[in-house]
Design a protein around this ligand. Structure first.
Ligand SMILES: [Fe+2]
Ligand SMILES: [Fe+2]
Length: 271
């Protein structure tokens, strides 16, 4: 099996009625942050695929070309699965959330129309560098295996984050192969990572008051709690812009390799 396998998975999807917004480890900040990621990737990942597909002809290294193709096929599976889960989130009815979500789509449509290839590939790498950090952090903290994590969303994210680690080198390698400009890469890390975090913080602002009224005070996310969430992710973001950052030197625990095999065995198909 290729180290970047394209799996088709089958997941149990929650309905809006049986979806508890505090679904990650009984932690409301982590839950809204991860819910925000689920919504965001539904529009981000098509952008990743389009951005890399349009420069694929310029890649002269056959192995990298295949890895980029596999990256795109993995990402396409991710957003299709997230779209199904996102119906449960949006179906709970949060005034203003659908409009904010539509702005994410409008942003990515605009980026594809108005930004050049280097900007788009730089955005892909800026985002993927962050995803790799957060995937490693989520496995280290075992948040998706936590007994108080929704098993259905947990299964979706374990698969997604495992594949993010499988393809962690691809965006970096294509950026280096085509452009290799460190300062521009650093700028795109800041742009991409602040773009998702602005959306996540808006999700918290929109969803928390509605859920606090519905379910009680344990769903409240105050401004200091939002600031703390940013403070926690900031070191991860800074790591990605250091001149010596290279996903090749990251240590991926053996348990991830075992998880990759487990996912391949559980997939409807894998190639
Ligand atoms: Fe993904
Ligand atoms: Fe990815």
């Amino acid at each position: 099996m290729h180290p970047i396998p394209v799996r088709k998975m089958e997941f149990e999807i929650p309905s809006p009625e049986d979806f508890d917004p505090k679904w990650v480890a009984n932690n409301i900040v982590l839950s809204y942050a991860t819910t925000g990621v689920s919504l965001y990737v539904a529009y981000l990942e098509p952008f990743l695929v389009k951005s890399l597909r349009r420069v694929l002809d310029q890649v002269t290294d056959a192995e990298l070309k295949e890895n980029v193709d596999r990256f795109c096929r993995q990402e396409a599976q991710h957003y299709m699965q997230h779209e199904r889960f996102n119906e449960a989130i949006l179906g709970k009815g949060y005034p203003g959330l659908a409009e904010r979500f539509a702005r994410v789509k409008a942003d990515f449509d605009r980026f594809l129309k108005t930004k050049d290839e280097r900007w788009c590939v730089g955005f892909v790498e800026g985002f993927e560098a962050y995803t790799t950090q957060s995937a490693l952090g989520s496995f280290k903290g075992r948040v998706f295996d936590h007994p108080r994590t929704d098993k259905r969303f947990g299964a979706l994210f374990r698969w997604h984050m495992a594949e993010e680690l499988e393809h962690r080198l691809v965006a970096f390698d294509i950026y280096e192969h085509l452009y290799g400009d460190y300062l521009f890469r650093a700028k795109m890390c800041v742009i991409a990572q602040s773009h998702i975090w602005k959306f996540i913080l808006d999700c918290m602002r929109i969803m928390s008051p509605v859920d606090t009224a519905r379910y009680g005070d344990s769903y409240r996310v105050s401004a200091p709690m939002r600031a703390m969430a940013v403070a926690i992710v900031l070191p991860m973001c800074l790591r990605t812009i250091m001149p010596w950052y290279k996903p090749h030197s990251l240590v991926v625990p053996d348990s991830i390799r075992a998880l990759s095999e487990e996912l391949t065995a559980a997939a409807k198909s894998a190639a």
